[in-house]
Ligand binder design. Sequence first.
Ligand SMILES: C[S@@+](CC[C@H](N)C(=O)[O-])C[C@H]1O[C@@H](n2cnc3c(N)ncnc32)[C@H](O)[C@@H]1O
Length: 277
Amino acid sequence: MQIENEKKSQNEGNYTTSAFTKYPLLVSRFKELISSARSPYHYYAWGALCGADLAKELKIPRISLIEMGVAGGNGLVALERIAVELEKIYDIKIDVYGFDTGHGLPKPKDYRDCPNQWEEGFYPMNEEALRSSLKKAQLILGPLNNTIESFIKLNPVPIAFIGFDVDYYSSTIDAFKLLDGSEALFLPRVQLYFDDIMGYSYGDFTGERLAIAEFNNEHASRKISNQYGLRYFVKDFYSMWPDMMYIFHIFDHHLYTQRDGMIQPRGSLLPLTKHHL
Ligand SMILES: C[S@@+](CC[C@H](N)C(=O)[O-])C[C@H]1O[C@@H](n2cnc3c(N)ncnc32)[C@H](O)[C@@H]1O
């Protein structure tokens, strides 16, 4: 009966009630989180929440959340607030980092950076104002092709979420150097958000989508994949952000195959229903 009710409910477009997945719990925590963190950055909240949830399942007590591309700092302040709330929900510690040049976009290198949309100097930062608004997030300033390497050497705790918002193909490629770090740098699956992949002149052959395709071609056991159909689970049908959520999979991570609690105990798993006998 439970299964029949559940299928009926799914046919009516309700994917968040399934007793067999973690989505009902995640969605209710998500709603609380965006209200308590007063965050319009729903995609950061969802990514950070799923990351914290995975860390808890894997008994990892401290994680890192990252924003690549900070500009004035609205996103970083939001991520910081989200982290503070998640620390309470999951009883874990969370470090927050924001990477930026500190003075806006560098010069675009070629057509792959979509210079039809952006130019050098867009999105400058008022560093002093931002630093005085931040409570725990650390700003890492400089071009990504310098700062990523030094960040890795600091041995940060495992990364659970990265928001990519550096606009250009070339900057995204620089940011992806982080994804070549040792497995100790990451949870086995890292929640990702890509800001510049929907609408306008974005496509498969420029910008962030091209960087993702190249990364996947060049790596056999690490892949960046879209979280297909997420909009049906978070029931945010009218926003684009669920289509902009990806996962960085590290297939050879020693924790990759460990269960992460998406399914309830075996006894309740899909027995043949009366209806089909
Ligand atoms: C659109 S803004 C980020 C907005 C921010 N995420 C928010 O939601 O408020 C893009 C930022 O990426 C940074 N950026 C682009 N390329 C970079 C690079 N190669 N190194 C460091 N920062 C870069 C720019 O300085 C710019 O501030």
